[in-house]
Design a protein around this ligand. Sequence first.
Ligand SMILES: *Cc1c(COP(=O)(O)O)cnc(C)c1O
Length: 360
Amino acid sequence: MSRVYNFSAGPAVLPEEVLKEAAEEMLDYRGTGMSVMEMSHRSKAFEGIIGDAEKTLRELMNIPDNYKVLFLQGGASQQFAMIPMNLMKNKVADYIKTGQWSKKAIAEAKIYGKVNVIASSEDKNFTYIPDLKNLKISDDADYVYICHNETVHGLKYNDLPETGDKVLVADVSSDFLSEPIDVSKFGIIYAGVQKNAGPAGVVVVIIREDLITDDVLPGTPTMLKYKTHADNNSLYNTPPAYGIYICGKVFNWIKNKGGLEAMKKINEEKASILYDYLDSNSLFKGTVVKKDRSLMNVPFVTGSDELDAKFVKEAKEAGFENIKGHRTVGGMRASIYNAMPIEGVKALVEFMKKFEQQNK
Ligand SMILES: *Cc1c(COP(=O)(O)O)cnc(C)c1O
């Protein structure tokens, strides 16, 4: 068996220990005589799986008691619609535009109401987080929305916007569980788990209880009301059971590594290996201003499309997979999520050094 270093932005690398454990339990989950894929979502065994997953996540993120944890489907993209459908009482919301994913969320919210883009970094192709001081939060906004880590462009918020009494909503898909975060600052935070916590098919929504109401936009389908899922502990219908099971294992893996403080430390160490090299070499350079660089998604370019393509090709041959940048940004992007071992980052930098020497 040989595993590559997979730098994919998502679906992405998962911890090897988790995959091995799942493999061992594949045919007979703990004496049930069946795989988790085959069991009833109403069974005792699955109740344990989803209950434990939630418990561990609450512990890891220190989630206050007045927040519900929901395991939903439809990916992060479905939240782009669910959020306005459930929160837009005045049909107005403020959005900060920092890249591809906040842009998509804005486009979707416009279907349901008025969207004010109160800050944007589109003028410089989303290479920085706009100034968060003196934001003009709209008086009638139902919420303020950010994408906490823009996966495509590789930037992250180090501070949060001051939203006063307005609810802050954040898409944390690509930096979920990568470092501690103060849940109490948000009304909703959510993550498609295929970036940093599990297989595609699950989105985790952490929502403050007062935001869970029947007072949703007319025509909102039952399945798209948070209340439906909150009232039924994510078991209104068949949940993405196997995905939740793997997420639970990943949560445990993080807990055994020392939790989110420990994750942050190792993630900072991994990212600095790559950024230090990007800042000191003569061929590659990072595309994001230093203070807003993501710890998870690291975009870089040589300045020549030809050399970029050559690098991607040779990197693949050397066992570094999915290093090509997003089609809207070009160049390269190394996604170095929790499960990317530090050896993978070191090996990538060694490979980049060699390439630099050979292509001066
Ligand atoms: C990948 C991603 C999405 C979209 O996720 P889907 O589950 O494919 O809908 C949304 N936001 C961010 C920040 C992402 O990285």
